[in-house]
Design a protein around this ligand. Structure first.
Ligand SMILES: Nc1nc2c(ncn2[C@@H]2O[C@H](COP(=O)(O)OP(=O)(O)OP(=O)(O)O)[C@@H](O)[C@H]2O)c(=O)[nH]1
Ligand SMILES: [Mg+2]
Length: 188
């Protein structure tokens, strides 16, 4: 066994977690998922209904790893009829809007209903495309946070600005959930 493989095998694994990405078409969900996995910005095409990826997230500090399965939902409304079922059992939800496109904020109402079974502290609102300029007020973003009962981060997946906040949110939640064996089961 090579040293790297040995280190990976010796690291304690903390189960499999499902992470859902939701939000209007074109807001950057697939780019966020790719950046989480590859640590770089990869331009993508529209998701036709659903994309699934899996990867391992390593917490170097505590030498533990988490297996993540991302369920990246296509934002176009024609796919909505089968997406409710795909949200079930998610440990984490990233709800994305585009800070440079006001309509993407209005589309979140529809997603709120779909995501209603996920506890608010397991959700993060993400205002993406900060590099394109922000066309909504801070008051509107505060109102959104209150309405959803969640935190909200403003980031650019393209430049990477603020992206560490998304990674920190995910790792923090996984570390808190890892003591709970019920969270180790996933449903897709
Ligand atoms: N300028 C800028 N463009 C971005 C950013 N994130 C994503 N994009 C671009 O936005 C477009 C849509 O990104 P996607 O990740 O495919 O969006 P999506 O939400 O998955 O879209 P659907 O699959 O249709 O729901 C692509 O052309 C990306 O390159 C960002 O932070 N800044
Ligand atoms: Mg997509």
């Amino acid at each position: 066994m090579y040293e790297d493989e040995y280190v990976t095998a010796a690291r304690k694994s903390h189960g499999v977690y499902k992470i859902v990405l939701a939000g209007a078409g074109g807001v950057g969900k697939t780019c966020i998922a790719s950046r989480l996995i590859t640590k770089s910005f990869i331009d993508t095409e529209m998701t036709r209904g659903l994309d699934i990826e899996s990867w391992e997230l390593v917490d170097e500090e505590n030498d533990i790893s988490f297996k993540l399965v991302s369920v990246d939902l296509g934002g176009q409304s024609q796919f909505r009829f089968f997406q409710d079922a795909l949200v079930r059992g998610a440990s984490i939800a990233l709800v994305v809007f585009d800070v440079s496109r006001y309509e993407s904020l209005l589309d979140l109402d529809e997603w709120k209903e779909i995501m209603m079974d996920i506890p608010p502290d397991h959700m993060l609102l993400i205002g993406n495309k900060k590099d394109m300029g922000i066309c909504m007020s801070l008051e509107e973003i505060e109102r959104l946070k209150e309405e959803w009962g969640t935190d909200c981060v403003i980031i650019s997946t393209k430049t990477g600005e603020g992206f560490e906040l998304v990674e920190e949110f995910i790792l923090g939640l996984l570390k808190r959930s890892s003591g709970n064996p019920d969270k180790e089961e996933i449903m897709i």
